[in-house]
Design a protein around this ligand. Sequence first.
Ligand SMILES: Cc1ncc(C[n+]2csc(CCOP(=O)(O)OP(=O)(O)O)c2C)c(N)n1
Length: 277
Amino acid sequence: MNHPNIRELQKKAIEIRKDILKMLTLAGSGHTGGSLSIVEILVALYYHALKNDPNNPKWKERDYFLLSKGHGCPALYAVLAEKGYFNREDLWKLRKLGSMLQGHPQLGLPGIEISSGSLGQGLSIANGIALAARLDKSDIRVYCLLGDGETNEGQVWEAAMTAAHYKLDNVCAIIDFNKLQIDGFCCDVKDMGAYFDKWKNFGWETIETDGHDIKKLMNAFDKAKTIKGMPAVIIAHTIKGKGVSFVENKVEWHGIAPKKEEYERAMKELDEALGKI
Ligand SMILES: Cc1ncc(C[n+]2csc(CCOP(=O)(O)OP(=O)(O)O)c2C)c(N)n1
């Protein structure tokens, strides 16, 4: 596949951050930190790794993307709108009554494959889709994005064992490894110890990468496609709140939206960053 221009994609990532902040500011609530941390992961997926067709969201040969950390959906909505899955104007109705763009993803919005938000469930669903694809002799792949805090959930590890047991090499998990969760650092809330070794010992190929470097993410997705006989997990080092200085690495920005003046400061920073690319 031809690599799209990385510089263009880096710009796109910043434009998506701007959309996320506008959506959240207009909504007056939502998850800022964990949306901003996954932008490059989604860009690398939707502009490189994922077989998808915005004009035909239910295309039988599409790859699946499941946002298991559903609270990060403003980022997914912004990418889906940019790809043309639905009207960009819908973004500004985030969390409004009657809008399809709720605070957590729900089925019915084009491009959304599962309702999510109750953490810990996405990987189990990914396994089901992957097993069905095997029965259908289909070569589609299933991508599932989880938060690192989310992997405190026991169901994640049941799913990890299942994927390894059935040698689901059509499953690719991605961990948004931003080291923070809802009310503190992951290592303080519940330390997961030797995180990489855990995945390895559960039978997964582990690929470590910089979760804000689009080129490296593309390479990681390419590598994951070559792994046979076992599932692969991409552990992507990220910064919660990435791109906005006063939001980065601040736990208090987990579940709040910017106020008007914070929005304006953030836009200024992002416009400056855009100018430097
Ligand atoms: C089953 C379940 N338990 C608790 C929550 C509340 N909750 C929402 S976000 C969150 C933290 C998740 O941390 P992480 O996956 O690291 O998300 P990120 O820091 O990337 O936003 C929690 C505990 C939930 N949504 N679902």
